[in-house]
Write a new protein. Structure first.
Length: 278
């Protein structure tokens, strides 16, 4: 009498565990992921979209290295200088992309208030997120601080290396980012936003970055080199045989059933054990 219910319960438990071996949360395929994203964070008063300070370098990079896209940081860029939502948008964009596309790489660009938003995001970008961000370009950064390795003027020199910006009292570029060689905090001589020792407030120098040849050429070269290099090897990245669709595990890799499936199977097995004891 009990044999049939018992066999049904055991069969159901086995089926659940067996089917779970074919279940995985798929990573996006390499084609869906693309190779890289350039995050552009505009300055005060610019409309939502790409900043005028970066259009040339972005266009050059996208033309030189396939598989890229631009993302424009979403935040108000109002005169009140509250860029916290922009900072969080940058962090969210990078982390959410890496969750689906672990091999993806980024450049983060920030102009004026946008540079401040990027600077504020850097302490939260650690580990895999920091490794994924290959280039950071800041221009007219109000958080520019003196004596950093990352400091450059618009000719690649050091005329503003000892300057400090209007918001230099706020946290600056973290030491590990500054030492990485991937951050370029560019301040034009006479730009009072990023160097109050050579200029006062927003003046003509604050608008030089768009047409400054070294700024555009050097930044494009840095991004082109970074995105042309092979991506770092990432386990389970969706590349290689058997892992692109996420529907099966690589040879020899263990596949774990989702916790809810295992719990249900355990419950069925417990019920089967009770029936067997009757």
């Amino acid at each position: 009498m009990l044999l049939r219910p018992l066999s049904l319960l055991l069969g159901a438990a086995a089926a659940l565990v067996g089917s779970a071996s074919a279940i995985s949360l798929p990573l996006a395929s390499r084609d869906d992921c693309g190779r890289y994203t350039i995050i552009s964070t505009r300055g005060t008063g610019e409309i939502q979209g790409p900043s005028i300070a970066f259009e040339t370098m972005i266009r050059s990079t996208l033309a030189n290295v396939t598989g890229g896209k631009e993302y424009d940081t979403v935040y108000p860029a109002d005169v009140d200088q509250d860029s916290a939502s922009g900072t969080q948008d940058i962090i969210n964009k990078i982390n959410s992309t890496l969750a689906a596309c672990p091999d993806h790489r980024f450049a983060i660009l920030g102009y004026s208030q946008g540079a401040g938003a990027v600077t504020a995001a850097l302490p939260s970008l650690t580990g895999a997120a920091m490794e994924a961000v290959r280039v950071v370009v800041l221009v007219g950064n109000p958080r520019h601080n003196k004596g950093l390795k990352s400091n450059y003027d618009t000719n690649g020199g050091n005329s503003t290396a000892q300057g400090f910006g209007l918001q230099s009292y706020l946290p600056a570029i973290p030491a590990d980012w500054d030492a990485s060689g991937r951050v370029f905090d560019i301040c034009a001589f006479g730009d009072g936003v990023c160097d109050i020792t050579s200029g006062i407030g927003i003046g003509p120098a604050h608008f030089l970055y768009t047409t400054a040849a070294w700024v555009q050429d050097h930044s494009a070269q840095q991004m082109t080199a970074a995105f042309s290099a092979p991506p770092p090897s990432t386990s389970g990245s969706g590349s290689g045989s058997g892992s692109g669709s996420g529907s099966s595990a690589p040879d020899g890799a263990a596949v774990r059933a989702p916790p809810r499936v295992l719990a249900l199977a355990a419950g069925l097995l417990s019920a089967a054990a009770l029936l067997a004891a009757l």
